[in-house]
Write a protein that binds this ligand. Structure first.
Ligand code: TYM
Length: 321
């Protein structure tokens, strides 16, 4: 089965990205045909500093590779190294009703927040559709915030197939209930744009600061506490198996445990979880040409896979004459 997903290099990657998508993608390499990319075209909708985008792209790639993405076994590349996706975007745009895009929550939310809408932001889901369809993806593991975008991809694939014949695999989103929406330090969805993230690979001091800002209520130390309403627990549980979660629940419910204590434990847990991968990440970022070469090989593989689809599209639409 072909599994594909992408991640934007706009700012640091965080625990929401890790548990919502990266962890699953890395695990899938064992048995599936995995396609994974750094969505730098998409990041242009929010990052306008060229140096920041370039640096963010290299860092996102290094993070993924350090955490276990295997570029030999999987196909791992940077979106803009396979510009064919833009050609497909154009073809698909002609099968994308305005209303379909106007209904997209992430677009509507941004506009509601006062972000000036431009065509890139509006057409974002069409580019995402092209990412998915170019590689004939069966399944797309994402967090819940991307569910609607994968539905858009399905709609467009069906419309296009309806016109030209069975060209595209109609993809399915894969969303894991447990990690569909990882909460941030304020209890809302963890998101770069809300400033409530706990980032991957932070220095100790910065990590402690992010964890200490997790919002808790004012229940006194002695009193029993409700883990289901505690932001610290909701993040901490991601690192624990069922038994460990149960044990932590009991400590909450027994009282006598302060939020400061559990935050300190969470800090140590997050730090210890990522530390074994930090050295590899440092090595990758110390040899940027090596990293670029790895990404270039990934782009070659992706290009070959995409070329087949694009040939069919060109033929059926009449672009090939
Ligand atoms: P992006 O970069 O915002 O996020 C990458 C992945 O992380 C997931 N995620 C979360 N999951 C659970 N809880 C959270 N708090 C959380 N925050 C982020 C996202 O759902 C996503 O799966 N448009 C995509 C990138 C993209 C893409 C694609 C994905 C471009 N083309 C094609 C799949 C297929 C995005 O902005 O993800």
């Amino acid at each position: 089965m072909r599994i594909l997903s992408g991640i934007q290099p706009s700012g640091s990657l965080h625990l929401g990205n890790y548990f919502g998508m990266m962890k699953k993608m890395i695990a899938y390499q064992e048995n599936e045909d995995l396609f994974c990319f750094i969505a730098n075209y998409h990041a242009m909708t929010s990052v306008t500093d060229g140096n920041a985008l370039a640096r963010g792209t290299l860092e996102a790639a290094a993070n993924f590779l350090a955490l276990g993405m295997d570029p030999e076994r999987s196909t791992f590349w940077v979106q803009s190294d396979v510009p064919e996706v833009q050609e497909l975007t154009w073809a698909l745009s002609n099968f994308t009703p305005m209303g379909l895009l106007e209904r997209c929550h992430s677009y509507k939310d941004k506009v509601a927040k006062g972000i000036a809408a431009n065509h890139g932001l509006f057409a974002y889901p069409v580019l995402m559709t092209a990412d998915i369809l170019l590689f004939q993806s069966d399944r797309v593991p994402v967090g819940k915030d991307q569910k609607q975008h994968v539905e858009v991809a399905r709609d467009i694939a069906l419309k296009f197939n309806n016109q030209y014949g069975e060209i595209f695999t109609v993809p399915e989103a894969e969303i894991d209930d447990e990690v569909a929406t990882v909460p941030g330090t304020d209890g809302q969805k963890m998101s770069k744009s809300y400033g409530n993230t706990i980032d991957l690979f932070l220095e100790e001091k910065a990590l402690r600061k992010q964890i200490m800002r997790i919002v808790t209520d004012s229940t006194p130390v002695e009193a029993p506490k409700d883990p289901d309403r505690c932001n610290v627990f909701q993040i901490y549980r991601l690192f624990l198996d069922k038994q460990q979660q149960q044990a932590l629940r009991k400590r909450y419910e027994a009282g006598g445990m302060g939020y400061g204590e559990v935050k300190q434990e969470l800090f140590e847990t997050v730090r210890d979880f990522f530390t074994p991968f930090a050295e590899r990440r440092r090595e990758l970022l110390a040899d940027l040409d090596g990293l670029r070469a790895t990404l270039a090989r990934g782009a070659d593989k992706a290009r070959q896979a995409g070329a087949k689809t694009l040939r069919k599209v060109r033929k059926k639409t009449g672009l090939a004459y």
